[in-house]
Design a protein around this ligand. Sequence first.
Ligand code: NAD
Length: 487
Amino acid sequence: MSKDNKYLVVENYIGGKFVPCSKLIDSFNPSTGEIYCKVPDSGPEEVDAAVRAAKEAFPEWSAKSPAERSKVLNKLADLIEARVEEFAQAESKDQGKAITFARNVDIPRAAYNFRFFASSVLHHTNDCSQMDHMGCLNYTIRCPVGVAGLISPWNLPLYLLTWKIAPAVATGNTVVAKPSEMTSVTAWMMCQLLEEAGFPPGVVNIVFGTGPRAGDALVSHPDVPLISFTGSTATARLITERSAPYCKKLSLELGGKNPAIIFADADMEQCISTTVRSSFSNQGEICLCTSRIFVERSIYPEFLARFVEAARRWKTGVPSDPANDNGALISKEHLQKVKGYVALALKEGAQVHCGEGVDKLTLPQQNAGGYFMLPTVISGVKDSSALMQEEIFGPVTCVTPFDEEEEVISRANGVRYGLSGVVWTRDVGRVHRVARKLEAGLVWTNCWLVRDLNLPFGGMKNSGIGREGGKDSYDFFTEVKSITIKH
Ligand code: NAD
């Protein structure tokens, strides 16, 4: 860990030591547009050093009992929990998110990821066939895979990184992780706690840098047999290609274009407040955010009016102010991209009801260069429009009416993605019918983002390959062996 004169300087963590990198890149504070820290621009050399350290640590770590490993994970959870405020402040500055969100969601969940997998790894069972099957006892065991390569995005930095590190090390793997170059600080802060938690050197290595250099070196390293990736579908394609020659085990958690389907019998009050949250939380920068809202025609005008009113109350402003729901978007380029979709909507003749171009956001002088955007609600968009087809990943959502159950299911499924969906109705038969037919890995009814970590998480179609979560993470981060003993 070091600080140069002006900026925080992040260092790689390899083999239990902080290692400075000769090349650095700038990472910005999205709420001011100013440089917040300098991050290693690691490449193949740094990645190789980390993989060697992880390989060296593997025999000892993988030989420990799950109970021994569990203790270390729980201790790390304690250490993070004792520093929630410090971590939350850093996450908010680095990512642009509202401090309240970082305090209540990101950091507590990061600690909980370690606690959850520390416990869940103690309770898995293996299969055993009948004693007399051809005079043999047949059973399975599960073994860690080796060095796990973990790549995570910028939207929920420590939350998603720990969602990978925790199950990987709980099951006996050692890891080389690469967080997003745009949000490195909380991962680096966590490295400062690993030794105290009891992780032997080399079990967790973190290499910072860009995707094309550090990420690619990790994906194409021959001694990394497994890659768990969360990020965009476009990057996942490259990763699939690069890892194919090595037949790596891959888990891909990708983008979404998630529908909310609102039937006329929905509890309007609850539905509106939850749909505002599901559309705009974390500036709309959550893969599970709602970006297409289908509303049954009989309640459409009332819904739209009340939804727009509620969206206007979702407060955007300086992230450090606990009164704000949203902060700034991740980068200048991303802000331009998101705004570009609103411009396209206008060009296509759609109606922008609030937010971008309609309402004015007043910010303090020091935040004038920040990447802010107000929650924006659009109607009158065709299903074929890019706004209804592409992942916007910002505070923009489209609202459209529908008439029939079958019609709305088909329209909701009419995209390349299949991550999540929300259904609002009080008719339980309809809940079953619609949930079964939606092409999505997760379907919430009358709620959003309620997560039982035991359940599989992941998407279908272009939203990903594989599932993670309790048993699924255990399966992914281990190799199963079938053993037959003749007696
Ligand atoms: P991204 O794909 O640009 O980057 C994700 C990570 O991959 C970063 O660490 C990046 O440095 C790295 N990377 C980029 N190019 C690479 C390459 N060629 N080889 C190896 N690594 C490379 O995604 P992003 O913009 O950081 O994140 C936003 C995306 O992530 C959205 O599409 C969002 O939906 C998705 N996401 C999905 C989930 C999920 O669980 N399904 C969760 C959060 C975010």
